[in-house]
Design a protein around this ligand. Sequence first.
Ligand SMILES: NC(=O)c1ccc[n+]([C@@H]2O[C@H](COP(=O)([O-])OP(=O)(O)OC[C@H]3O[C@@H](n4cnc5c(N)ncnc54)[C@H](O)[C@@H]3O)[C@@H](O)[C@H]2O)c1
Length: 240
Amino acid sequence: MTGAGRGLGAAIATALAADGCAVAVNDLPESSGAAAVVDAVQAAGGEAILAPGDVTTPEGVGAAVAAAEDAFGPIDVLVPCATGPQPEAAVEHMTWEDLLLPLRFFTLSPLLLVQAVLPGMRAAGGGRVVIIGSDLAQRTDVGWSAYSAAKAAQLALVRTWARELAADGINVNAVAPGWIPVERHASTAPEHLAAYTARVPLGRMGTPADVAGAVVWLASSAASFVTGEQVTVNGGHRLT
Ligand SMILES: NC(=O)c1ccc[n+]([C@@H]2O[C@H](COP(=O)([O-])OP(=O)(O)OC[C@H]3O[C@@H](n4cnc5c(N)ncnc54)[C@H](O)[C@@H]3O)[C@@H](O)[C@H]2O)c1
């Protein structure tokens, strides 16, 4: 579970642990949040270890996966969730680096992670990959084209990898949240939240628990015949 020191990753790691998974909690080595998540899971009677590493580099992915496999054996559920900064840029100001930054998190990192866990999953006879996408793979927001493009590329990887890995018993899916306020949104103006909520048919902001519920389902035996799909968790917010 990458990027699990705060935000959606922390909620998903906690929910997977509550569902009975032994969870390797990844974040950057300097993250104090990841240790707090491990402590909280253990205090609730679950199993968790720290698996630090920068998941946009082969070295960081190698260290994180090794920590997880040393503790628990082959990884049977991989959840790439980490994100770096998400700068907004209108097209006239956008640089190639603006496009590359989200691609590093949403395509390079999942690629390195899947390659690292594949031998273990194959040896174990199967597994699950549940990638945290975004509804902006299919919606639009002004200034967010680099992020949208990377999430759309990520969804294409999910669909294609689902076919490539199906014969190994590995299901590959995505969960695509809408805007889900987390710690980094703490200073958002109430009017901004109200304007967004007004466009959501279910009439409220989503919560990290809403996203975690979809991940737990995709990781469970109840979703064993689901692959190559994106489960959108955005209260029905579409194309606005
Ligand atoms: N929160 C939302 O509104 C929202 C909506 C749609 C999609 N998402 C997606 O959900 C995922 C998580 O987003 P979030 O809002 O929880 O973000 P967040 O910023 O709250 O958490 C991201 C975590 O990733 C960690 N991280 C950063 N760089 C890392 C690296 N190189 N290696 C390992 N960990 C690293 C950070 O330290 C942090 O703990 C992302 O893929 C994001 O695109 C979020």
